[in-house]
Each structure stands twice: as structure tokens, then as C-alpha cells.
Design a protein around this ligand. Structure first.
Ligand code: NAG
Ligand code: NAG
Ligand code: NAG
Ligand code: NAG
Ligand code: NAG
Ligand code: NAG
Ligand code: NAG
Ligand code: NAG
Length: 908
């Protein structure tokens, strides 16, 4: 019984396989003998496989891609087929059998390689063809003129081949053609004017070729044309106005050619146009507003990288359908419209960068999901609504990162007779950029003379003082014969004086004004006694709150003051505390007037008393902390990498990081800044003599003048932000060491959870934020590498803080890979290069994790026993095999005097 069933079932299946007609009874088998022979011939000349075209089966019902009607072949579709091994040995454009199919309507060989040229007879002998698709077939040679004989052809695709030569005129005879796609070839010559008679054409794509000449005006007669793409050719002269007659046009792409002249066509009838792309040509002139008046369907408009001038037509700001406009890289000018009735669509994206827009930001910005206004000349304050959806770099905006310098802004506005707000600073001291009015002419000359005179006298004084200071310091340094002094003479910033630029030192105030502003320096207005001078709160005339530093040259180092003046005269950056003015009238008391920072400095605002009655402390949230870290890194990165010679801040600590009303960082305490130590002869001598040298302090007790020193201090600030342990960055060496000893072991690139042991308990962080905290901790630890040469550069630290998740995600998942194939020069490698060498123990993840608790307890132990020496921790519970690991770990983590070997390596 069983066997019989099986046999019957087998027979049934066999039946199905042998006779496909069993399945598809409705298909009439191939009836013509000629066509059968022709198919076999095609099969062998193209090298097709039995898999698709099995010899013994009926082509109409079984062969893939064969379409029959009433027993004869009407469609052949070998698109994407693979050839047999023999067939692929010598692939050619061998389709000689095609004309034998009397009723063939369509031939589709796209993505089937036919290296060779289309035979000349092709068009003549395949006149009945309606669809020909030869896209991506590796065809070479020219389009035969005989194509003009295929008068029934409605779709012709020859795109993405290597077809060369000119487009034959005869193609214009294909009156049934609705799709003509010749894109991505090597076609040369002109667009045949005969194309004007392709009255059924809906798509004409000749993009990415080498066509030259102009667009034949006759094209304008193609009333059914919906898509015209001629981009990326060498077409030139002006765009014919006849294109304005293409009433069915939906897409018009003429980008990346050499079209010139103005956009003259009257677009009034282009009511269906949705996309217009004119980018990268040499179009010029201004755009008349009425050009776009009837393009109510327009969604996308690209005018970028032309030479357009004049204003952006107001209508473009208000067209409800327009969701994408790229007008970048032109000479558009004018100001942003103050459009208050915002169209409903607010998801628009505009790119207006690299133009000459000026004036203030307006509420029109709210319309956009993103607007790029970078590289213009916009000025004024940045309203809140423009903070998230607008790119505003390289403008003339107030209190904004990465803006143009004052000079180009002033001259731009000056040349146009416009008023420049000078970044919101008082501008009395600046020479008027534009031609002054006749009335005030005399006054201004006198004013200028007075300012000039005072300036010259001040310059001479400053030069003298600096000269004295410099020579004195030079001798002092060489007398001491020690290594690191604050400012090596050779490497200090070029002597100021000649280049001391008073316009960047803000306004000059009189002593009377200063007294008035501070109520005669009343104690109530004293903020603190700083090491470079006493800081007072003050109110200028007009109610502007400021901070005034009183520098008593009898008690404060003169050079610090001069240095600060010099820094302000040379560098300007939105991340540095703005200097509003100065008063140098008195001989021994100098005053610097800074912008008032509503949120004080980091050390005072990490925790704030809440307004509620319970007096509890509210701490800065994590987002703000990360923003502060990034801001400070930007400031330091500017000093280290964008100033020449590189400037070292030397006083990086929480109290130097000032915060404005939006908690944007303005780095202060600039009195210690000096140029990075060069390879002075002294340091070379030290190396030769192998004098002992602490890594952070010069022998004289002043901070080292190296960027690496700033990085170290910044590491402490980062750690403060993570742990909330305020004041550590300002503390003495001993306390510091102990603190680091207790903190660093909890920072591991292999164990995120470990960091929760040291996180500021007042921080509320979820899983995502925890990764950022972890990342910052890792960066901090890299900065605290005891070996200065191994600390990451500030610019890499900045990158890491800007992409905190990259730090941990890439590193923790691919640490093994990174160790072997770290890409040199990437910021990631820079941060972790230092990491790897600073934490050898971490290279053994298992050991690190299993020891983490022990490590922690051993630390506590050492703290209780009062040993601050880093080597003690391991010995306290020595004996087990892991102690050497820990010893290594602590040795590498804590800063300690380098031994001779290290010193050598450091200078390699
Ligand atoms: C043949 O053409 C049709 C579209 O006309 C397509 O969907 C199909 O994938 C093509 N290829 C084959 C092998 O049938
Ligand atoms: C189908 O072919 C048969 C003979 O081959 C012919 O008689 C018939 O008219 C054809 N039908 C159509 C619709 O072409
Ligand atoms: C040819 O075949 C491909 C897929 O195999 C298909 O995408 C394409 O639309 C076909 N061409 C025509 C004109 O139908
Ligand atoms: C073109 O099509 C028409 C109608 O569809 C037909 O009568 C004519 O024979 C075709 N021409 C050729 C050359 O096949
Ligand atoms: C076919 O094309 C060739 C080349 O363009 C032309 O000389 C010939 O007259 C055409 N034949 C017909 C019947 O249109
Ligand atoms: C459009 O094609 C049809 C045949 O499909 C033809 O009869 C007609 O003349 C063509 N129209 C134009 C304007 O060429
Ligand atoms: C565009 O502006 C630049 C810079 O002002 C100028 O050099 C260039 O000639 C201007 N081009 C046109 C077409 O006005
Ligand atoms: C700059 O100074 C001029 C003359 O004192 C004044 O008219 C102008 O308003 C000032 N500009 C700004 C933005 O304050």
C-alpha cells in the first residue's frame, strides 16, 4: 500500500515536471519553426544558460523572459541574466537572430553585458520594436543612424553605457517615442534640433554626457514633456525662453553646464513644475520676483553656484509648496524678510550659505526645519528660535562661535553705507568704516587725532615696559639656570607695541568713569581678590553691567598685566571673555573692563541654591556640563592650535571658566597666558644633564609653559564635572594626588558600570547619558597621563567631547581591533593612544574587572593609612599575584616625577 502510494505520487510529480502545459494550459506553445530556430541561435550566440532557457522545453511557457502572443514571440527579456562559462569567454553584441522574430515588440537586455557596438542594421531590421532597453550593457561605439527606422518605438533606453559619437538626427523621426534615455554615456556634439518633432516625448534624459552647443529652441514644442534632464554636459549660452512653453514639465534639470546670461524664460506656463535645478552654471543677473509667481507647484529649486546677484525674491520665502531651496554660492544680497505670516509648511530646508546677506536674523527662520546661513554677513543677536535649526557660522553675529573677524565685517557694511553693530561692542574707538557725513567731518578728525595721540603715547609706554620686562626676565631665567620658567624670552609672543591694536582692547575709559562705575571701589562691589588683580562689579553709564579688574602694579606682576593686554590685542575669539574696555590713565593702577558674566564661573555655578525655601542645592544638569566642557575645550583648542605661536593658558581651573547667561563658556584668567615653550637651549641642556624635573612644575614653582600642562589641568576640570567634587582643579598637589588616586581606578574603557562609583550623586543620568559621562571620564583620564608627551592634543579632546558616544562605542566594542589597526592621526586614536599607554592593566580586561573591588578597597586602605605615595597601594595587600597589576596601574595613573628613562622617552 505504502509503496503504491509512493509510486503514484512520484508519477504525478514527474508528470508535472515533464509537461509544463499541465500547469499553464492557457499558454499557446511556440508555433513558428523559424522563431524556434532563432531562439536557439540567440541562446548560443549570447551564451545563455539551461537554467533560464532549457533547450527541450517550450519557450513560450517555460523559458524565463520570453513573452508570446498566440504562439509567436513578442517580448524577449534577458535583463540581468548570467552567461554560461563558455559564453562569458567571448561576450559580444551578437543578436543576429533578432530580426527573425516577426512580431517582436520589446527587447530588454539591461544589465546583460553586450560589449561591442550596436550593428548598423539594427534599426532597419527591427522596425516593429516598441520597447528597447539596453541600459548598463557596456555598449561602445555610436548610435546607428538606422535607429530612425524604428518608427513604432515608444521607449528607448541606452543609458549607462560607453556610447560615443553624436546623436543622429534621425532619432528625431521616432514620432512615437515617449521615453528617450541616453544619459551616462560619452555622447558628443549637439542636441539635434530634430528632437523638436518628438511630439509624444514625456521624458528626455541626456544627462552626464559631453554634449555641447545650446539647447535647440525647438525643444520648447514638446508639449507632453514632463522630465527634461540635460545636467552635467558642456551646454552653453543662454537658456532659450522657449523652455517656458513646456506646459507639462514637472522636472527641469540643467545643472552643471556652462549656461550663462540671466534666467530669461517666462515661466508663466510651467504650472506643473515641481523641481527646477540650475546649479553650477554661470547664470547671472538678478531673479525677478514674478518669474516664480505662477509656479505654484514648485517644491525644489536649486540655483547654487552661479553668479546671481540682487535680492532673493520675497516670493521664494513665502511659497507654501517650496520645501527645498539651494541658493548657496552666489552673490545674493539683501536682508532676511520679516515675514510674519508663516506658511503652513514648516519643514522646509533652505541653503543660502556663501552669499552676501546682511542685517539681522528674523522670525522667517522659524519656517524652516533647517536653514544654512553660514558664510554671509548677518549681524546682531541670535534669537532663541534660531539656535537649533540654523547654521550661522562665518557671519558677523554677536556672541556666536566661529564668526568672521571684525575687519571684513566692518568693511562689508562700510562699503555699502550700512551700519555695522560691531558685534554689540561699543564702537567709538574704531575709525568709522564708511565715509563720514560732512557735518561731523571736522569733529571726527579731531577725535581721531586725539585718539591717535593717546594711542601713540600708550604704545610707547607699553613698548618700554615690555622691553624692560623682557630683558629682566631673560636675565633672571638664565641666572637661575633652571628649566621651565613662565615665559622663555625667545618663545614669548612677539613683543607687543608695534602691533598692539587698541581697537581690540575695547573702549578707553577715564579714571572718573571707572570710579563712577564701581561707586569708588566700594567693598560691596568687590567680587574677589584675584591673583592678577581685584575684581569689582560695576555698572557703566547706560546701565551695562561689567566686571572691572583693578591691577595694582606695585603688588601684582606687571608682566601678567601686559601679557593679558597683549593677548587681547592679538587674539579674539568668542570663547574668550570679552574685554569691553580699559583705563590706563594712572601710572600704577590699571583697569580692565570685562563683560559681566551672569553665571559667574564654573566653580561657583556647578551648584546653585534653589529659589525654594528649603535652601537645597541644585546642580547643573549633565547636558549643561557637557556643553561647558566642550566650550572650554574650544577655547583651549583655539589658543593651542589656532594661535601662532601656540598660547598656553597656564591657569586652567574651574574658576577660570566663566559662564554667560546661557552657560556658554567664556574663558577668563588670561593673565598667565604665554607662548608655548619652544625647544630652548635650556631645556636641551637639562636633557643632557638629566636634571630631575617634575612633569608639571618648573623648578621655579611656576606652571610649565606647555600645552600639555593645560591639557593636564583640563583633565582635572573634566573630572570635577563628572564627580561634582568642586575645587579639586584648584587644589594643591598633595590633595590632588590623593583625590586622583581615589578616582582614576574607577575609569575603565572596559567597564562602564565602574564609573557609577564616582559620578556626582546629584546628577540624574539615564543609560544613554551614562555613556556620555563615561566617555568624559575616559577623556579626563587620558588628559591626566603623567607623561606630558602622551596626553592628547586639545583639538582631539574637543573632537572627543563633541562625539562622546563615539569614544565609548567604538572603543569598547572594538578595542581589540583598535589596538592593532588604529588609524593614525584620528582623534580617537589620539585620545586612546595615550590611554593605552597610561593603563597597561586595562589591556587585560578580565584582570581589570575581577580586581576592581579589591582595587577599590586597597585604595581606601591606603587613604586611611595616610600614604599618599602611589606605590603604596599595591603593597598594602601584597602577596597575591594581582598586586603587581595594581601596582603597575597606580604607577601609571598618578603623576610623579619621571625617572631618567621616561625623560628620555618623552623627548624622543
Ligand atoms: C523582464 O521585464 C520585467 C519588466 O518589464 C521585469 O520585471 C523582469 O524582472 C524582467 N526580467 C525577467 C528576467 O523577466
Ligand atoms: C492566432 O493564430 C492563429 C493561427 O496561427 C490565427 O488563426 C489567429 O487569428 C490568431 N489570433 C490572433 C488574435 O492573432
Ligand atoms: C527591463 O528589465 C528590468 C529588470 O529586469 C526592468 O527594471 C526594466 O523596467 C525593464 N525595462 C523595460 C523597458 O520594461
Ligand atoms: C507600427 O504599429 C502599427 C499599429 O500599431 C502597425 O500597423 C504597423 O505595422 C507597425 N509598424 C511596423 C513597422 O511594424
Ligand atoms: C532607414 O534608415 C536609413 C538610414 O537613416 C535610411 O536611409 C532609410 O531611408 C530608412 N528607411 C526607411 C524605410 O525609412
Ligand atoms: C504620437 O504617437 C502616435 C502613435 O503612437 C502618432 O500617431 C502621433 O502622430 C504621435 N504624435 C506626435 C505629435 O508625433
Ligand atoms: C561676487 O562677489 C565677489 C566678491 O565680492 C566678487 O569678486 C564677484 O565679482 C562677484 N560676482 C558678481 C557676478 O557680481
Ligand atoms: C557705531 O558708532 C556710530 C557713531 O558713533 C553710531 O552711529 C552707530 O550706531 C554705532 N553702531 C552701533 C551698532 O552701535
Amino acid at each position: 500500500m505504502d509503496d503504491l502510494t509512493r509510486v503514484l505520487l512520484g508519477l504525478f510529480v514527474l508528470c508535472l515536471l515533464i509537461n509544463p502545459a499541465f500547469q499553464q494550459t492557457q499558454i499557446v506553445p511556440l508555433s513558428s519553426r523559424i522563431e524556434r530556430v532563432a531562439l536557439l541561435q540567440l541562446r548560443s550566440s549570447l551564451g545563455l544558460r539551461t537554467k533560464e532557457w532549457p533547450i527541450k522545453a517550450d519557450p513560450c511557457s517555460v523559458w524565463v523572459g520570453i513573452q508570446c502572443q498566440n504562439g509567436s514571440v513578442v517580448g524577449i527579456n534577458i535583463s540581468g541574466f548570467r552567461r554560461t562559462r563558455v559564453g562569458s569567454r567571448n561576450p559580444r553584441f551578437a543578436v543576429d537572430a533578432l530580426p527573425l522574430f516577426a512580431s517582436l515588440l520589446s527587447f530588454n537586455a539591461s544589465r546583460f553585458s553586450l560589449p561591442g557596438s550596436i550593428p548598423d542594421w539594427f534599426g532597419q531590421r527591427l522596425r516593429s520594436l516598441q520597447i528597447l532597453d539596453l541600459r548598463s550593457c557596456s555598449i561602445v561605439g555610436a548610435i546607428p543612424a538606422s535607429f530612425g527606422n524604428m518608427t513604432n518605438l515608444s521607449q528607448l533606453y541606452l543609458a549607462d553605457n560607453d556610447i560615443t559619437g553624436i546623436v543622429p538626427d534621425s532619432v528625431g523621426q521616432l514620432s512615437s517615442l515617449s521615453i528617450l534615455d541616453l544619459s551616462k554615456n560619452g555622447l558628443t556634439g549637439v542636441i539635434p534640433p530634430s528632437f523638436g518633432s518628438l511630439g509624444n516625448l514625456t521624458l528626455l534624459d541626456m544627462s552626464v554626457n559631453y554634449l555641447s552647443g545650446t539647447i535647440p529652441p525647438a525643444i520648447g514644442a514638446l508639449s507632453k514633456l514632463e522630465i527634461l534632464n540635460l545636467s552635467s554636459n558642456s551646454l552653453s549660452s543662454s537658456i532659450p525662453s522657449q523652455l517656458g512653453d513646456l506646459s507639462s514639465l514637472v522636472v527641469l534639470d540643467l545643472s552643471s553646464n556652462s549656461f550663462s546670461g540671466s534666467v530669461a524664460p517666462d515661466f508663466r506656463v510651467l504650472r506643473n513644475l515641481q523641481k527646477m535645478v540650475f546649479g553650477r552654471n554661470q547664470l547671472s543677473g538678478s531673479l525677478p520676483g514674478n518669474l516664480f509667481a505662477s509656479l505654484t507647484q514648485l517644491q525644489s529649486l536649486v540655483l547654487s553656484h552661479n553668479d546671481f546677484i540682487g535680492e532673493i525674491p520675497t516670493i521664494l520665502w513665502t511659497m507654501p509648496s517650496l520645501v527645498f531651496l539651494d541658493a548657496s554660492g552666489n552673490n545674493f544680497t539683501g536682508s532676511l524678510p520679516n515675514v510674519s505670516s508663516i506658511p503652513s509648511a514648516n519643514s522646509a530646508i533652505f541653503n543660502l550659505s556663501q552669499n552676501m546677506l546682511y542685517g539681522g536674523l528674523t522670525i522667517v527662520i522659524r519656517r524652516f526645519s533647517f536653514i544654512d546661513l553660514s558664510d554671509n554677513y548677518l549681524q546682531g543677536k541670535v534669537p532663541d528660535y534660531a539656535r537649533s535649526n540654523a547654521s550661522l557660522t562665518r557671519n558677523c553675529l554677536q556672541a556666536q562661535f566661529s564668526q568672521r573677524a571684525a575687519a571684513p565685517c566692518a568693511s562689508f557694511y562700510g562699503e555699502r553705507g550700512l551700519t555695522f553693530d560691531n558685534f554689540g561692542l561699543r564702537n567709538d574707538t574704531q575709525a568709522p568704516p564708511s565715509k563720514p557725513h560732512k557735518k561731523s567731518h571736522k569733529k571726527l578728525i579731531i577725535l581721531a587725532a586725539v585718539i591717535g595721540g593717546v594711542g601713540i603715547i600708550a604704545l610707547v609706554i607699553i613698548m618700554l615696559v615690555l622691553f624692560i620686562v623682557c630683558t629682566r626676565k631673560g636675565t633672571a631665567t638664565s641666572q637661575r639656570g633652571t628649566v621651565v620658567d613662565s615665559v622663555p624670552t625667545g618663545a614669548s609672543p612677539p613683543p607687543p607695541g608695534a602691533s598692539l591694536n587698541f581697537s581690540s582692547l575695547g573702549e578707553g575709559f577715564t579714571y572718573q568713569q571707572i570710579l563712577q562705575a564701581t561707586s569708588n571701589f566700594s567693598d560691596a562691589d568687590l567680587i574677589k581678590h584675584g591673583h592678577s588683580g581685584d575684581l569689582f562689579r560695576g555698572i557703566l553709564e547706560g546701565g551695562i553691567p561689567v566686571v572691572i579688574k583693578k591691577v595694582d602694579l606695585n603688588s601684582v606682576k606687571k608682566e601678567a598685566f601686559m601679557q593679558e593686554l597683549d593677548v587681547f590685542s592679538k587674539v579674539s575669539h568668542t570663547r574668550l571673555v570679552p574685554l569691553l574696555g580699559h583705563c590706563l590713565d594712572n601710572e600704577n593702577e590699571k583697569y580692565l573692563i570685562y563683560k559681566y558674566m551672569p553665571n559667574g564661573d564654573l566653580s561657583s555655578s556647578l551648584y546653585r541654591k534653589t529659589r525654594s525655601e528649603d535652601d537645597s542645592l541644585q546642580s547643573l544638569d549633565w547636558i549643561t556640563r557637557l556643553k561647558i566642557a566642550t566650550g572650554a575645550a574650544e577655547a583651549l583648542s583655539y589658543l593651542h592650535h589656532e594661535c601662532s605661536p601656540p598660547l598656553v593658558h597656564r591657569d586652567v581651573q574651574a574658576s577660570s571658566i566663566l559662564l554667560d547667561d546661557k552657560f556658554e563658556v567664556r574663558l577668563g584668567s588670561l593673565g598667565e597666558i604665554c607662548a608655548q615653550e619652544g625647544e630652548t637651549s635650556q631645556s636641551r641642556i637639562t636633557r643632557l644633564l638629566r636634571l630631575p624635573q617634575s612633569s608639571e612644575q618648573g623648578a621655579s614653582g611656576t606652571p610649565a609653559a606647555t600645552c600639555a600642562y593645560d591639557v593636564y589641568c583640563f583633565g582635572k576640570v573634566l573630572l570635577e564635572l563628572v564627580t561634582g567634587k568642586l575645587g579639586m582643579s584648584a587644589s594643591s598637589d598633595g590633595t590632588m594626588k590623593e583625590w586622583l588616586e581615589g578616582t582614576l581606578p574607577y575609569i575603565s574603557i572596559y567597564d562602564k558600570e565602574l564609573v557609577t562609583n564616582i559620578i556626582d550623586p546629584s546628577l540624574i543620568v539615564d543609560e544613554d547619558l551614562l555613556e556620555e559621562v563615561w566617555a568624559m571620564a575616559i577623556v579626563a583620564r587620558s588628559c591626566l597621563n603623567p607623561k606630558p608627551a602622551r596626553r592628547p592634543l586639545m583639538r582631539y579632546i574637543l573632537k572627543a567631547l563633541e562625539n562622546p558616544l563615539k569614544v565609548v562605542r567604538e572603543e569598547s566594542t572594538g578595542s581589540a581591533r583598535l589596538r592593532t589597526t588604529s588609524s593614525r592621526g584620528s582623534w580617537n586614536a589620539a585620545v586612546f593612544g595615550s590611554w593605552r599607554s597610561s593603563s597597561d592593566v586595562a589591556a587585560v580586561p578580565a584582570a581589570a574587572t575581577s580586581n576592581k573591588l579589591e582595587g577599590a578597597s586597597s585604595f581606601k586602605h591606603s587613604k586611611h593609612s595616610g600614604t599618599s605615595g602611589s606605590q603604596g597601594s599595591g603593597q598594602n595587600n601584597g602577596g597575591d599575584h594581582s598586586s603587581s597589576n595594581r601596582r603597575q596601574q597606580s604607577r601609571d595613573i598618578f603623576p610623579e616625577p619621571l625617572n631618567e628613562e621616561d625623560l628620555e622617552r618623552q623627548h624622543e
